[in-house]
Design a protein around this ligand. Structure first.
Ligand code: ATP
Ligand code: MG
Length: 776
């Protein structure tokens, strides 16, 4: 043990040796926070703390697994096995299963993924005969998710006139009813969605003091990694559990808080000191991950943020190469640059694929990268796209398995009741749904009693329903006697799923069958692996639990040598020798949706900080001058974030002069096909891009009055900028369209638009939330 402790630096050693009491470690990227947590756990065990009394919460299950493996190396595998380590969702799903009856749930409750939730919401919107264009299922789901993560139950919603008014204002007066119906529907199906796993845990811990006491006594030591991204619901759970012993150690970096859009609350880290008595605060300053160049460049970026804790990050590592900046004409060319760079690095410096990561702001950007990597025969892996378990053919098998475990699971039933086709049509399903609602029973129960209920179904249909019930019941019998592998194999054949796929002889069809084989392999692996663990028997229920909570990042593919492709959000906590941050363009990164308030822009900047600090040795920033977005070729300008890095840390691979946002553009939208000689190239001195203007436009550096953001009265979740500050008649200057006069204003809050007559280019309607506009 001493050997591991001596490998830590002084600042890292202190929190490891501090055994009891509340403590927080705030430190920048790559300073060893995760390593300190890991060693701390091993050291607690070394001091005699029972592994069963330690709870460690991580950002991904993969991170938990890695941590556990390291601890196993130190204290031995048999001891490490007993640690409670995982994501909030996986740990509390486990606890909820053993306490489910208290909340009126079966212990075999299903966990709905977001596909299931969306399906349920779409169903509800249809049943309520609402307009899907106004009640967009995805938006509704995200609103419900926000409620749940803020612990706003249906009852609380209906007691809060402000919330109801906000929904009414955004033309969704029936939001509350949808929320109610969704909660009822999940409950009736014996299902919890992801957010329920936290919400219900909170409910469990508040409503049942004896349960709280049990887990407080159990988890005497609690450790949380990436604390800056916990949401309110997670925060409350941690607080409740640690309340008795107060042995709570959280680590985080406010500069890496990037999940505000999902309800993460940076105040959790800022307020930690207030929440507990006698908090010890530790700071780590030395970065071990990255070269000096990267560390210092990253520091200059985060310095631009106003809201931050003051922190020092330095490194003793060598300077390393500068950050390389590359401009290309199109996104396809950007992909080719990345692929050929990887190819050459591998050739010249004997690097492996696994040493490269390509990070992007949005999933859609992966396509151009994939095309280019494929052409070069470079193996890659995309993390976080559609996970294996969400592919249609796999999900179909899984839904049958879900029914075996929990026949009330309505979303699973709806999905497979008539797939493969067995003559149970929509009308029949509708009748079953109505009856289920009427009798307050699950659809499966209605089907079981179909002879006793008059649904005006012909005898043929009744027979088909009974056959389906019999089939599922026969699977249940097998499940009691056989292992998960045997059952799944049986199910995929007996239901006709495999035969159905065999009808499709195309390569895609073949691939689907291979996927099912892959699923079977996975189950075999799982059941055999589980048998080695105490108390686990490799049952279907155990496997399904694993699947429901699996994220793509969790897959253990350490033996595969592939380039990693993922969004920056997913890359948190990871490190790679070479990192490409692609799509460094305005409106993409920072995202067009996140530029209307300072706090949104600062979150984007933190995201950039996370991206850059993943790199150990070499970082690349690439951007394209045009790219296909929403099916259209759009022009783009380099991201302001490139400009924000001190030039001494950058090396321009493409000529620096035109490299930048300073590339003048003739916008055909504004000028039409004008004679270029009639335009003048204005080079402002204030750092804004040069642009072509006509002679009667004022120079961009003319003193202009900046519009100030207005706070307050905006509907929650949106921002109201420029309200009241723009009036008809104002002369304005637009970054791209030049000078114009406001001729009309319409809409409110985030939807407020101005109609502006530009001197060149005519009348345009601009959404003020996004418009880069100044009053002259
Ligand atoms: P992030 O903020 O990105 O999550 P972190 O603060 O959790 O980073 P770690 O991932 O724990 O940092 O450490 C970064 C790298 O530095 C790892 O490769 C780790 O093994 C290494 N490292 C940390 N501390 C030391 C040390 N004292 N000596 C040598 N290497 C170290
Ligand atoms: Mg970490």
């Amino acid at each position: 043990m001493q050997q591991y402790i001596s490998q830590l630096n002084e600042a890292q050693r202190e929190p490891v040796l501090q055994k009891d009491g509340p403590m927080i470690i705030i430190a920048g990227a790559g300073s060893g926070k995760t390593r300190v947590l890991t060693i701390r756990i091993a050291y607690l065990m070394h001091q005699g703390v029972d592994a069963f009394n330690i709870l460690s919460l991580t950002f991904t299950n993969k991170a938990a697994r890695e941590m556990k493996n390291r601890i196993a190396d130190i204290v031995g595998a048999s001891e490490a096995k007993n640690l409670w380590m995982g994501t909030f969702h996986s740990i509390f799903a486990r606890i909820l299963r053993s306490e489910a009856d208290k909340l009126g749930y079966p212990s075999n409750f299903t966990i709905y993924d977001s596909q299931d939730s969306l399906r349920a919401i779409s169903g509800i919107i249809k049943e309520m005969q609402l307009d899907r264009d106004i009640y967009k299922p995805k938006q509704i789901l995200s609103r419900i998710s926000t409620f749940k993560n803020s612990l706003i139950t249906v009852k609380a919603y209906f007691n809060d006139p402000d919330l109801q008014e906000a929904d009414a204002m955004s033309k969704k007066p029936r939001m509350g009813e949808i929320y109610q119906n969704y909660v009822d529907r999940c409950f009736k199906s014996g299902a919890m969605d992801f957010d329920d796993l936290l919400l219900k845990t909170n409910e469990l811990l508040t409503r049942f003091p004896e349960v709280l006491a049990k887990y407080q006594n159990r988890f005497r030591y609690i450790l949380v990694d990436e604390y800056q991204d916990t949401n309110h619901s997670q925060y409350l759970i941690v607080r409740a559990l640690s309340d008795k012993f107060q042995n709570i150690c959280v680590v985080g970096d406010d500069a890496q808080s990037i999940y505000a859009f999902r309800g993460a609350n940076i105040n959790n880290i800022l307020n930690f000191q207030k929440d507990y008595q006698g908090v010890k605060t530790f700071r780590l300053e030395q970065n071990y991950r990255s070269s000096k160049n990267i560390v210092e460049a990253a520091n200059t970026i985060i310095d631009k943020n106003k809201t931050k804790l003051d922190k020092v990050v330095w490194t003793a590592n060598e300077f390393g190469p500068k950050i390389k900046v590359h401009r290309s004409l199109t996104d396809a060319e950007e992909g080719r640059f990345v692929a050929s760079t990887i190819f050459e690095e591998k050739m010249q410096n004997q690097m492996t694929n696994g040493q490269f990561a390509i990070l992007y702001r949005t999933n859609a950007q992966s396509r151009a990268m994939e095309d280019a990597l494929r052409k070069r025969d470079i193996p890659y892996r995309i993390y976080g796209g559609l996970s294996f378990y969400q592919r249609k053919e796999i999900k179909d098998v899984l839904c049958y398995l879900r029914l075996v475990i929990n026949p009330k699971d309505e979303e699973a039933l709806m999905r497979v009741i008539n797939y493969p086709a067995r003559g149970i049509g929509d009308t029949t399903v509708e009748k079953l749904t109505v009856a289920a609602n009427h009798y307050k029973r699950s659809i499966f129960e209605i089907m079981q009693n179909i002879d006793r209920i008059d649904l005006k179904l012909n005898s043929g249909t009744k027979q088909k329903l009974q056959d389906f019930v019999t089939m599922i019941q026969s699977f249940q019998v097998i499940n009691e006697n056989q292992d998960a592998f045997y059952l799944t194999d049986h199910v995929s054949k007996k239901t006709g799923l495999v035969q159905e796929l065999k009808k499709d002889a195309t390569p895609e069809g073949m691939a689907k069958i291979q996927n099912i084989e892959e699923l079977l392999n996975g189950i075999k692996d799982f059941t055999e692996g589980q048998r080695e663990i105490d108390g686990a028997r490799g049952s279907l229920a155990e496997f399904m639990e694993d699947v429901a909570l699996a994220t793509d990042l969790d897959k253990d593919t350490s033996d595969e040598d592939r380039v990693a492709l993922m969004t920056i959000h997913l890359a948190k906590g990871l490190e790679f020798p070479h990192v490409f941050v692609v799509g460094m363009e305005e409106d993409l990164f920072p995202s067009a949706m996140s530029m209307s308030t300072r706090s949104e822009l600062e979150e984007e900047r933190r995201l950039f900080y996370v991206a850059l600090t993943r790199a150990e040795h070499q970082a690349y920033l690439t951007y394209a001058q045009s790219r296909y977005r929403w099916g259209k070729l759009t022009d783009s300008e380099p991201s302001r974030f490139i400009e924000e890095i001190d030039g001494q840390y950058l090396e321009y691979l493409t000529p620096a002069e035109t490299n930048y946002r300073f590339k003048p553009m003739i916008d055909k939208d504004i000028f039409g096909d004008v004679d270029k000689s009639k335009l003048r190239l204005a080079k402002p001195s204030n750092g804004t891009p040069p642009k072509y203007i006509t002679d009667n436009q004022p120079k961009p550096e003319t003193q202009i009055r900046k519009l100030k953001p207005v706070s307050g009265n905006a509907p929650s979740g949106t921002t109201s900028l420029f309200d009241n500050q723009l009036t008809i008649g104002n002369i304005v200057m637009h970054e791209r369209f030049g000078r114009g006069q406001v001729i009309n204003l319409e809409g409110v809050g985030a939807d407020k638009k101005a109609e502006i007559k530009f001197e060149v280019g005519g009348i345009k309607k601009l959404l003020l939330r996004f418009a880069k506009l100044d009053v002259i």
